[in-house]
Design a protein around this ligand. Sequence first.
Ligand SMILES: Cc1cc2nc3c(=O)[nH]c(=O)nc-3n(C[C@H](O)[C@H](O)[C@H](O)COP(=O)(O)OP(=O)(O)OC[C@H]3O[C@@H](n4cnc5c(N)ncnc54)[C@H](O)[C@@H]3O)c2cc1C
Length: 308
Amino acid sequence: MKVLVITFAKEQKLNDNLLNVLSAAKRINRHCDVLILGNADYSRVQELKIVEKIMLFNNVTDATNSATLLASNLAEIVKNYTHTLIAADSYGKDLLPRIAGILDLSQISEVVEIVSPNTFKKPMYAGNILAEVESFEEIKLLTIRTTSFAAYSEAGSAASVEVNEFSPLANDKLSYLGEELVHNDTIDLAHAELIVTGGRSLGSKEDFDKLIHGLAIKLGGAVGASRAAVEAGYASNDCQVGQTGKVVAPKLYVAIGISGAVQHIAGMKDSKTVVAVNLDPNAQIFEYADYGLIGDLFDVVPELISKL
Ligand SMILES: Cc1cc2nc3c(=O)[nH]c(=O)nc-3n(C[C@H](O)[C@H](O)[C@H](O)COP(=O)(O)OP(=O)(O)OC[C@H]3O[C@@H](n4cnc5c(N)ncnc54)[C@H](O)[C@@H]3O)c2cc1C
């Protein structure tokens, strides 16, 4: 078995979730190769026991790091492996299906457990059931739900490094205009150990900022939002937790004025401890909460902030 893990660099930094994907790779084989798109300091990854070889494509820039331009180059490399793994983030979800299409393979998405090298568990129907999928493909393509795997950290001897270059496809239908990275003053949602999430009931962006950001800052956590809150303009898209947002699994999830719709639960139900504040004693969120407070958030949250 030959396992490949694909990752990318942004602003000279490797994506942290690579370590979680490596834990998944370890469930398949003791060694794997890591393919890095873009330029970054890879020394920490090079010292990891599981990593045998690093393939560095450091001529890939923000302008050329596009799934459309790189998928066919990558497909040629993927062909040499029995398994290719990538994080199920927006980058992985864009890239791997294209590679699957080029190679005429099926992809297994959002893997949460590697049962064996051929058998994988993945959520279906907004996370309401877990499907066990057996693959008979010779090349298995997996996107990994990184919150389901701990970060890999076993140290070993230095992996070899191969520096390569891609010539991205010319594509006259696609031109790079630039990109804007959002830098929040709060912690990144995907890696946060504590998340405070607000819903539609906040009623305005001003109150969302004052109460949800205010509480998150006091607790040293990240800010999340329901889709209803995002659509109302109270929070930015990258804050959305749920089926069509981010999947998170912090140690503490504080849900303020969130009803607990199935699509929201799909994004947070692996949180270790859930605290919910809601006016309605019958709100669905209380079924998932370890601690529930029935009350008006406009009374409860200011009091909490002042006591903290
Ligand atoms: C295909 C699809 C995908 C979706 N994806 C997502 C997703 O990724 N993430 C997501 O969140 N949603 C998603 N949704 C939307 C989801 O179905 C819900 O509509 C949404 O989660 C509701 O958000 P909410 O809990 O903020 O609002 P509401 O459902 O309106 O709930 C507001 C809650 O606040 C409580 N409340 C009101 N006033 C107060 C107060 N003063 N104090 C305390 N509590 C109060 C109410 O009792 C209620 O429980 C998706 C829907 C579809 C169809």
